[in-house]
Design a protein around this ligand. Structure first.
Ligand SMILES: NC(=O)c1ccc[n+]([C@@H]2O[C@H](COP(=O)([O-])OP(=O)(O)OC[C@H]3O[C@@H](n4cnc5c(N)ncnc54)[C@H](OP(=O)(O)O)[C@@H]3O)[C@@H](O)[C@H]2O)c1
Length: 227
């Protein structure tokens, strides 16, 4: 199954990012995967089609350096998976301002800044994907909770839409993806589905969306979510 496609997966040390790297490799993609520090999970994946790189998306100098190291590469997919849920169980007023601000920076600002920096590495009619969440939907928020995290993913959705509109003439697609509630360090042991189920679905959605333009907000089954 050699797709001949090339993906950049950002935030792939563990959890969903690592699972996506495995799945894209199995489907014949070439993958560049980023970690913040040495990832045993990525190190265990021995494949000629895998390049492991290092960058923290909150560090502009590190992102610029990565951009330089990847000069000459062209990606059919750039997928920013990295995210945090620091003090997600506390209501917004109980979260220290600097902690809430950092969640916003990592989950909303840094992914879109990363995409902006790497836009010249996107193949024609390529796809930029961001790992959002159903919790980022304002319309579907009927249970409350996860306040600063929800707000950060809602902000990501808004910024990603504006990013696509600003670059509309370039003709690439933007996907905001909800992976389901998944058993990772962030999702916890009680979550609905395992990583394999989520990343298989997400990869199907991405492969089915290649070549499309505009912005879409989908879950791992391909269902369109309300904003
Ligand atoms: N699990 C769920 O149920 C669920 C549901 C909806 C959405 N999501 C979203 O899915 C994404 C992945 O979540 P997960 O469940 O796989 O979580 P996870 O197991 O906690 O993994 C988070 C990943 O993000 C990386 N990361 C965090 N901050 C980073 C930064 N500043 N720069 C680069 N990498 C960074 C982590 O790297 P380190 O190893 O270096 O910390 C790790 O690879 C997140 O965006 C999350 O919000 C998850």
């Amino acid at each position: 199954m050699a797709s001949g496609k090339n993906a950049l997966i950002v935030g792939a040390s563990r959890g969903l990012g690592l699972g996506l790297v495995e799945t894209f490799l199995q489907r014949g993609w070439r993958v560049t995967a980023t970690q913040r520090s040495a990832s045993p999970g990525l190190a265990a994946l021995s494949s000629d089609a895998l390049l492991v790189e290092t960058a923290d998306i909150d560090d502009d100098a590190a992102v610029d350096a990565l951009h330089g190291r990847l000069a000459g590469q062209s990606f059919d997919l750039i997928f920013v998976v990295a995210g945090v849920a620091t003090q997600a169980h506390d209501p917004a007023h109980a979260v220290p301002r600097d902690v809430a601000a950092q969640v916003y920076l990592t989950n909303a600002i840094s992914p879109v800044r990363f995409a902006e920096t790497f836009l010249d590495r996107l193949a024609p009619k390529g796809l930029v994907a961001f790992m959002s969440s159903i919790l980022g939907s304002v319309a579907l928020n009927e249970s409350g909770g996860w306040e600063t995290y929800r707000a950060s993913k809602a902000a990501l959705n808004t910024l990603a839409r504006s990013f696509e509109i600003r670059h509309h003439e370039a003709g690439f697609g933007v996907l905001l993806l909800h992976p389901g509630w998944v058993r990772t360090e962030m999702g916890g042991a009680d979550a609905d589905i395992d990583v394999a189920t989520s990343v298989t679905g997400l990869t199907d959605v991405i492969e089915g969306h290649l070549g499309q333009t505009g912005t879409a907000y989908r879950d791992y089954t391909g269902k369109t979510l309300d904003w």
